[in-house]
Design a protein around this ligand. Structure first.
Ligand code: AMP
Ligand code: MG
Length: 347
């Protein structure tokens, strides 16, 4: 099967993709966070195809996308009061809410959990597609499992070529990192995954919000945030995340460049080195990819995954990455780099 990119601005293309969703097929879909791989969320056979195409572990549940807050009742029961506070403040947008699921939601979507993840995205083409498909759409990121998430239609085409018929091209993703996942099924809202809506924004509208430490999931049989235990977002190369002030991390990486690529063959020092650095701390070097200025978390988020893919295409063997401070959107960007990393060096 050939995979084609369709312009999401044309209504007829949305119609074509809605027909595919209705008939139980898969479509690459644009959202403001990252591109998704969409299927009818209420049809188990369709949902199972997502896991096969991505090579995703069946114990990693999916996010279900709806076109209006009032549609939440199709898939959720026992809607808590805090849902209305959060959906009014942040929907449409990059906030996913975990609540108790209805029986209509197949187990394949939720990996057997009694809760479901729901989001109303902001991207007009995705909202249009959900409405025309007349069903909620389950959609994880449209990358092969473990790889950097796609933020352009061509990323989806490259990862899933031959596995899907169409990718709807809605342009570059505005946010560039995935949604924030907040569990509101218990007494206290808990952030399970940082993302496009920041901790500070959530704390601005909630009396209390906790950050769940996903590392705790490794030790228990029933993980709260199943997806966070896997290595994610990772290029082929070994990624070394360097944490510290931008001055120190930039100096450290410059020193690595002086040593690497120069050692005897097959030694660590003979490896091809590359780096992911802030615009304002990078030296002029073709093995360095920049992803926004140190103070510009929006640019870092929207540039991160494309930059990781560029580093992959350069066939780097070791990638040193500067890690932003964890304020605002920096929290999500740092989380993704640390998840992609094989090693963390703290300076
Ligand atoms: P992705 O769609 O690839 O961005 O991943 C979806 C994320 O949402 C993963 O980290 C999942 O673990 C998380 N998620 C989905 N459903 C649930 C749920 N019912 N409870 C907890 N986390 C969930
Ligand atoms: Mg993903």
């Amino acid at each position: 099967m050939e995979t084609k990119i369709l312009d999401a601005n044309l209504d007829e293309n949305i119609e074509i993709c809605a027909e595919i969703i209705k008939s139980g097929g898969l479509v690459g879909v644009p959202t403001e966070t990252v591109y998704g791989l969409g299927a009818n969320a209420l049809c188990s056979d369709a949902v199972v195809k997502i896991f096969t195409a991505k090579g995703r572990q069946p114990d990693n549940p999916l996010i279900v996308h709806i076109a209006a807050p009032s549609d939440v009742g199709i898939i959720v029961k026992d809607i808590p009061a805090v849902f209305y506070t959060l959906s009014e403040a942040f929907w449409p947008g990059s906030l996913t809410l975990i609540m108790k699921k209805c029986d209509t939601v197949p187990d394949s979507v939720t990996a057997g959990l009694d809760t479901v993840a729901v989001r109303m995205p902001e991207h007009p083409a995705m909202l249009n597609l959900i409405k025309k498909s007349a069903t909620p759409i389950a959609a994880p990121s449209a990358n092969l499992s473990g790889k950097p998430s796609p933020t352009k239609a061509e990323h989806v085409k490259r990862d899933l070529y031959g596995k899907i018929q169409y990718v709807l091209d809605g342009g570059n993703c505005r946010v560039g990192v995935e949604s924030t996942v907040v569990d509101i099924s218990g007494d206290i809202p808990q952030i399970l995954r940082p993302g496009g809506v920041t901790y500070e924004e959530l704390a601005g509208v909630l009396d209390i919000v906790e950050i769940y430490n996903a590392a705790d999931d490794l030790a228990v049989d029933a993980p709260r945030s199943p997806g966070m235990k896997y290595r994610h977002y990772a290029p082929k190369a070994q990624v070394i995340a360097v944490v510290g002030s931008p001055e120190k991390t930039a100096k450290h990486i410059r020193q690595r460049f002086e040593k690497f690529g120069k050692g005897p063959k097959s030694s660590e020092k003979s490896k091809k080195i590359a780096a992911l650095m802030f615009d304002d701390f990078a030296a002029e070097n073709q093995s360095i990819v920049t992803f926004g200025a140190y103070a510009d978390h929006n640019a870092q988020a929207s540039g991160l995954f494309d930059s990781l893919r560029k580093l992959d295409n350069m066939n780097a063997e070791v990638i040193y990455a500067q890690v932003p401070d964890e304020k605002g959107l920096g929290f999500a960007v740092a989380n993704r780099i640390l998840k992609a990393a094989t090693t963390v060096e703290k300076l």
